[in-house]
Design a protein around this ligand. Structure first.
Ligand SMILES: *[C@@H]1O[C@H](CO)[C@@H](O)[C@H](O)[C@H]1NC(C)=O
Ligand SMILES: *[C@@H]1O[C@H](CO)[C@@H](O)[C@H](O)[C@H]1NC(C)=O
Ligand SMILES: *[C@@H]1O[C@H](CO)[C@@H](O)[C@H](O)[C@H]1NC(C)=O
Ligand SMILES: *[C@@H]1O[C@H](CO)[C@@H](O)[C@H](O)[C@H]1NC(C)=O
Ligand SMILES: *[C@@H]1O[C@H](CO)[C@@H](O)[C@H](O)[C@H]1NC(C)=O
Ligand SMILES: *[C@@H]1O[C@H](CO)[C@@H](O)[C@H](O)[C@H]1NC(C)=O
Ligand SMILES: *[C@@H]1O[C@H](CO)[C@@H](O)[C@H](O)[C@H]1NC(C)=O
Ligand SMILES: *[C@@H]1O[C@H](CO)[C@@H](O)[C@H](O)[C@H]1NC(C)=O
Ligand SMILES: *[C@@H]1O[C@H](CO)[C@@H](O)[C@H](O)[C@H]1NC(C)=O
Length: 301
């Protein structure tokens, strides 16, 4: 039921935040870099960028056509440990988060840093990034308690709003933006874990959904705007995929993956074709393909 990872599949997976999954490719590449915390795929231009959790932090650019390292961007002293990144494909820009909390805006066209925005001292460990490219807003969640959800206007590249979460909550793990409804979703650690639904422009938490304790932890979530569903994959053995209705914000169904479907670290959706893909944080890594309509795991080939 599960397809072993092959490099070509990486191209399908956008925002592939897995390290070990791609490790086979990396080993072949021999880019000599460990601690790859996140990756961004620039599909039309066929490049993959890895953010490294090093001191100072590094961003590594790799060609997807021949899997060779093109170049490395080493950040300045004081900008350490990249934790997450996101791409604005249209503008050919990428944003990476470092720890302590700074946001690095990178011009992907010539692979250079455009600017750096430093968050306040306590705003560290950014694990959830969500982007509204239309309105040029970046939403981010911090993992430090009390956790915060921060709104950054990318046009001026400054924080414009923030929500400090209740101290009974743990850190924010992952985020995703729904452009159709101007809603942003974040998974927050708590007992039980929760999904927060936040209206983008008013920046108000409109709903909170409790997740089952089995669905813990979670590092990624995906939205099918077309059919109004949110999918959450768990970092558990086996992994569980939960489908949530965006209309009434309730759990529609859940799917326990078959053998080998463990530790979901990343996901990507192709709503047009009707598939969602999940990458496992295992060695070897797997890509699991789930059919959206019937919500079943299927054989890729
Ligand atoms: C790999 O592809 C890139 C373009 O993506 C090219 O610039 C580079 O020269 C190629 N390297 C090798 C070793 O073929
Ligand atoms: C942001 O932080 C970096 C790293 O500590 C520092 O080099 C830079 O001067 C800071 N920028 C501003 C505007 O404070
Ligand atoms: C990115 O770099 C390219 C090439 O130098 C340039 O044309 C473009 O204006 C830059 N983009 C931004 C947002 O600075
Ligand atoms: C990249 O493009 C920007 C904006 O056009 C320019 O200021 C910068 O010097 C360029 N950097 C490199 C490394 O070419
Ligand atoms: C971002 O800031 C610019 C400049 O102040 C403003 O024109 C724009 O409306 C802001 N964007 C949003 C989505 O609020
Ligand atoms: C959700 O969890 C909270 C505890 O954080 C609990 O008080 C609340 O009753 C739960 N809601 C539902 C609908 O189960
Ligand atoms: C939520 O909406 C879905 C249809 O999208 C429906 O199947 C489900 O029963 C609804 N759940 C609740 C609790 O209303
Ligand atoms: C999955 O769905 C079943 C049946 O609706 C339910 O009993 C179970 O608690 C759910 N598990 C999770 C992890 O949501
Ligand atoms: C989305 O909804 C349409 C109409 O309700 C349905 O025909 C289609 O199969 C759904 N697609 C997926 C991927 O669920």
């Amino acid at each position: 039921m599960i397809k072993k990872i092959i490099l070509i599949i990486i191209i399908i997976l956008i925002n592939f935040t897995n390290t070990e999954l791609i490790e086979q490719g990396i080993t072949t590449l021999n880019i000599g870099e460990n601690n790859l915390m996140c990756s961004i795929i620039d599909t039309p231009n066929e490049f993959i960028y890895f953010g490294a959790s090093t001191s100072p932090a590094q961003i590594i650019k790799i060609s997807l056509s021949n899997f060779t390292k093109i170049s490395t961007l080493t950040l300045q002293e004081g900008l350490d440990y990249i934790s997450t990144g996101i791409i604005d494909r249209e503008k050919e820009l990428a944003y990476f988060a470092t720890n302590p909390g700074s946001i690095i805006k990178v011009n992907l066209t010539n692979f250079s840093i455009i600017s750096i925005y430093n968050l306040s001292e306590e705003e560290n460990s950014i694990e959830g990034f969500a982007i509204d490219t239309q309105n040029q807003i970046l939403y981010l969640g911090t993992y430090n308690v009390p956790a915060k959800i921060i709104k950054i206007n990318l046009t001026i590249f400054e924080k414009v709003d923030e929500i400090t979460l209740d101290s009974s909550y743990g850190g924010v793990r992952a985020g995703q933006y729904d452009p159709v409804h101007d809603m942003v979703y974040f998974v927050v650690e708590s007992s039980p874990n929760k999904v927060l639904k936040i209206h983008g422009s008013s920046f108000i938490i409109t709903n909170t959904l409790n997740l089952s304790s089995q669905v813990y932890p979670t590092f990624d979530l995906m939205i099918d705007s077309l059919n109004g569903s949110l999918f959450i994959g768990s970092y558990t053995q086996p992994a569980i995929i939960v489908q949530i209705s965006l209309t009434n914000f309730s759990i529609l169904s859940n799917l326990t993956l078959s053998e080998g479907g463990n530790n979901i670290m990343t996901s990507n959706i192709d709503p047009g074709a009707g598939f969602i893909y999940f990458g496992t944080h295992t060695f070897p890594g797997y890509v699991i393909k789930v059919e959206l309509h019937d919500f079943i795991e299927i054989d890729s080939d």
